[in-house]
Design a protein around this ligand. Structure first.
Ligand code: NAG
Length: 674
């Protein structure tokens, strides 16, 4: 079908009628709804839908969006001077698409089979691309999932809303679904400046720079050293997409700027209710390609502990999104000032989107609007009599609702919705816009170990406003603090983070707070601790200088033994031999690691305690500062200690590979209860 440029002429309309009739006559599958095209880039234009053979075009005068029909691939967005913001050299299935990694690492691009117009008014067009899965040989190689991919274009809005409703019926076979996302591939020749945060931004290497001959693959395929980049400025730089990861709570806006057009392409995620693993789950953002991702679920920084197994007999349905693809433009200037203009405008747009969440224009009945959602209010207080006789207001604590489960289970919960907020200075919180459902309420408090869980179930019904009153968190504590190392904050960020090896620097990671994202810090341990492992002297050492951020293996071991044993030396003026001491050992990450604890006898055959082999979060290799949180409260009978100097030995016993490790969050020795 030809595009119609101007149909104000009745003559043309007549022709259209004839064409439509003709089409219907010869192809029942081919329906055409044609409306006049807007003049380009005119605000105030109505939203128009044009259905062609093999594609659907939605035009609001600001953007012209093309979606392949019936696959549901997003193949084009025309904006300002750009005929397509996506990379035109890529195939239609490789420009803007959902994909899902399932059993045996198979990738399913969620190709759909039919298209339906959901809403078509002057104000808004919503279209749906569907596939209904059936247990027949035809669908054998596709993920057992009913798919409904939605696109929305609104009047006066330069962008595109996308969401999906994924559903498993009770009779669908078992499946692992490890990762669900939308991927975008902006135009390579144009988008070269990446922005992930105020400080993490810059001109990026090209995809070609990561090809053989131009780079050297480092310890794993994602990390490369650019040896012959097209732009010599990148020579000697490291690139790895995991260096641009963000925690879910911060992963709301990222994208690319075209310097040739002074145009920005942004992925905006106003709410992370549909992401999994809670506010601190880390995810990819944008990276070299150019690529921008909207990650919904994955095992990144969590691994196999993340719940991703979907069982036959358990129906499941979830709405992912909407996320918003926002486009903006500025007047180019030689000083690149437009980059800031575009980024600041994108941040402004993000706050607009957050304000209008949950979007009231979304048609799916599976996406409840504000009045169909509920609210939970309360105040969180901490009771720790060894710190204060009074209740302590839980300042800036994270409080959230997630699927019912054990204490702390939210961080590996992978199938439901989660709703999080932070308390104010007095511990007051209000969680708004909660979808109807059954939840547990969880929390953790900066400065206190462990996890809070309210011991009754919370049922949210439309319009509910629950007042929970005062909730009291009683963190693990058996006695007074004798000494402590670090801050209970679920990360290793306060410990010593070395400078990267000068040969492996990524200049994009320039913010001091992000310095753990540099490549190869794990090998710096061997450089610094060449003569022996960490020895921490309580009262003398300073954890920001003397406690390495990750308990890693040696690059080359003494006599081939790469395992490392850290010591905490501390003085006890008196020992209550009949009393029980407690070693609170909080871990921030673990990857096939095992910590064995020995006290005063480093060669004891049987350790006093072992974590056993734990963790798959791969946080060291992925340049994270934490993965999953674990707390061990280890009882130590007083008669193990002696008056004077005592040493606790922490041995990481698993060193078959480079990345077997743990990260500590915080360690505390408590005396017997008083
Ligand atoms: C520990 O070291 C850090 C970093 O050098 C420093 O800022 C801090 O003041 C030190 N703390 C103490 C108690 O000396």
């Amino acid at each position: 079908m030809e595009k119609v440029v101007n149909t104000n002429s009745s003559h043309l309309v007549l022709w259209l009628v004839i064409i439509i009739q003709f089409s219907l006559l010869f192809s029942s599958a081919f329906s055409a709804e044609i409306s006049p095209r807007n003049d380009p880039h005119v605000e105030g234009s109505q939203v128009l839908l044009q259905r062609n053979k093999g594609s659907v075009l939605i035009d609001n005068g600001l953007v012209e969006v093309t979606i392949e029909d019936p696959s549901g691939y997003l193949v084009g967005i025309k904006y300002k001077t750009m005929s397509n913001v996506f990379e035109t050299k890529y195939t239609n299935g490789n420009k803007g698409y959902w994909d899902l990694v399932w059993d045996n690492d198979a990738v399913d691009k969620l190709v759909t089979e039919s298209m339906e117009i959901i809403t078509q008014t002057d104000e808004l067009v919503e279209v749906s691309f569907k596939k209904t899965w059936k247990p027949t040989p035809y669908y054998h190689n596709t993920v057992p999932l009913n798919i409904d991919k939605r696109y929305i274009v609104r009047r006066d809005v330069p962008g595109l809303y996308m969401y999906s409703i994924l559903e498993r019926q009770a009779d669908f076979p078992d499946a692992h679904m490890y990762q669900i996302r939308i991927a975008f591939k902006p135009n390579k020749d144009k988008f070269s400046f990446m922005v992930v945060s105020d400080v993490k931004q810059g001109v990026m290497p090209t995809a070609e720079d990561r090809n053989p001959g131009r780079c050297q693959v480092l310890a794993f395929k994602e990390a490369v050293l650019l040896t012959h980049p097209t732009d010599p400025r990148f020579r000697g730089q490291v690139d790895d997409k995991y260096q641009y990861s963000e925690e879910s709570k911060d992963n709301r806006l990222h994208g690319w700027i075209s310097d040739t057009d002074a145009v920005g392409f942004w992925v905006i995620t106003p709410s992370f209710e549909f992401r999994t693993g809670g506010p601190h789950k880390q995810e990819l953002t944008s990276h070299v390609g150019p690529v921008s991702l909207s990650m919904f679920t994955s095992g990144h920084y969590a691994g196999d502990d993340m719940d991703s197994f979907y069982q036959k007999g358990k129906p499941w349905k979830k709405v992912f999104g909407p996320v918003f693809i926002y486009l903006n433009s500025a007047s180019p200037d030689p000083g690149h000032g437009y980059r800031n203009t575009l980024w600041n405008d994108a941040k402004r747009q993000l706050s607009e989107e957050i304000k209008s969440w949950p979007y009231n224009f979304v048609a799916s009945e599976d996406f409840p609007h504000s009045e169909q959602r509920g609210e939970v209010n309360g105040q969180l207080l901490v009771q720790d009599r060894y710190m204060d006789n009074k209740l302590i207001q839980a300042k800036s604590a994270y409080v959230g609702l997630a699927a019912p489960g054990n204490v702390g289970s939210w961080q590996t919960e992978g199938k439901g919705y989660q709703f999080w907020t932070q308390t104010d200075d007095t511990g007051m919180f209000s969680i708004k816009n909660i979808r109807p459902g059954i939840y547990h309420l969880y929390a953790w408090v900066y400065g206190f170990i462990g996890d809070y869980k309210l011991d009754h179930t919370i049922i949210i019904q439309p319009g509910n406003k629950l007042q929970l009153g005062k909730l009291i968190y009683d963190p693990p504590r058996n006695g007074p603090t004798l000494w402590e190392i670090g801050i209970p904050d679920r990360t290793a960020a306060e410990f010593f983070i070395p400078e990267p090896n000068p040969s492996f620097v990524n200049a994009i990671v320039k913010d001091n707070a992000d310095r753990f994202r540099q490549y190869g810090l794990w090998d710096r341990y061997s450089d610094i601790y060449g003569q022996g492992d960490v020895v921490y002297n309580v009262g003398v050492s300073n954890y920001s200088k003397d406690w390495f951020f990750a308990h890693v293996c040696r690059k080359v071991g003494y006599n081939g033994d790469r395992r490392t044993t850290w010591q905490i030396r501390h003085n006890l003026q008196e020992v209550k031999e009949a009393g029980t001491y407690t070693l609170q050992l909080a871990l921030a990450a673990a990857t096939y690691g095992e910590v064995q604890v020995r006290i005063n006898d480093p060669t004891a055959v049987r350790p006093h305690f072992t974590t056993s082999r734990i963790g798959f979060d791969n946080s060291v290799a992925r340049h994270g500062i934490h993965g999953l949180y674990r707390l061990y409260s280890i009882n130590v009978p007083g008669n193990i200690f002696r008056r004077g100097e005592n040493t606790i030995f922490l041995k990481q016993t698993r060193c078959q590979g480079t990345f077997q490790s743990v990260m500590y969050d915080y360690i505390r020795l408590e005396g017997p209860a008083v």
